[in-house]
Design a binder for this molecule. Structure first.
Ligand SMILES: Nc1ncnc2c1ncn2[C@@H]1O[C@H](COP(=O)(O)OP(=O)(O)OP(=O)(O)O)[C@@H](O)[C@H]1O
Length: 183
């Protein structure tokens, strides 16, 4: 007999499970059921599913689980930007930020997230980045500008990279920025 897919069977941190319960999500969507266990194993994934199928949480949940594990490790870890989510538009950046905020409702002190996708002035984002949020969400152009302006550094700290709506990212004229960012 096959077990019903459930978040509880995925070995997630209790604080994430609590937030998921509060969101009223009874069970993972198909993409979440397929992607989360693989991502938790540390596999690289390329996933595709239709709009509204829960893709954001499919990458956000394993990303947050990884960060919570790192933060709970007995080794003293320096605060660092360990997760980067690249998005093609600032509107999507805000949606992603909101989803991550909801998922971190019970661990917002342990996992901090900043959205630099361009809705506010770069100089206003600088002090936020200087505090090294655990996750940065942003458009490639803005992330690159912060890297070049030395308000953000990823070289020795980045552990998880997400390209949300990768097809759009590569078709929005971001290709040059992405190359500069990733290579
Ligand atoms: N397991 C779940 N059960 C119920 N609702 C869920 C679940 N996962 C996500 N949702 C909800 O489904 C909606 C769509 O999720 P999400 O925005 O992640 O989809 P998406 O596939 O990323 O969409 P898009 O392609 O538009 O970015 C959101 O309102 C989210 O809260």
């Amino acid at each position: 007999m096959e077990l019903e897919p459930s978040f509880a069977h995925m070995g997630l941190d209790g604080r994430l499970l609590q937030a998921i319960a509060e969101l009223g999500w009874a069970k993972p969507t198909l993409i979440q059921e397929k992607a989360i266990p693989l991502a938790l194993e540390g596999k690289d994934l390329l996933a595709r599913a239709r709009t509204g199928s829960g893709k954001t949480a499919a990458y956000a949940i394993p990303l947050l689980q990884h960060l919570l594990q790192v933060k709970m490790s007995p080794l003293v870890m320096e605060q660092a930007v360990r997760g980067l989510v690249l998005v093609p538009t600032k509107e999507l950046g805000q949606q992603v930020l909101q989803m991550i905020r909801q998922l971190t409702a019970y661990c917002s002190r342990d996992v901090r997230v900043a959205d630099v996708s361009g809705q506010v002035d770069m100089s206003a984002q600088r002090p936020i980045l200087m505090e090294k949020p655990d996750v940065v969400v942003g458009t490639p152009s803005r992330v690159l500008a912060h890297l070049q302006g030395h308000s953000l550094s990823l070289r020795h700290s980045l552990e998880v990279l997400v390209l949300d709506e990768a097809d759009l990212l590569f078709s929005f004229g971001f290709e040059e920025d992405l190359k500069n960012l990733l290579w």
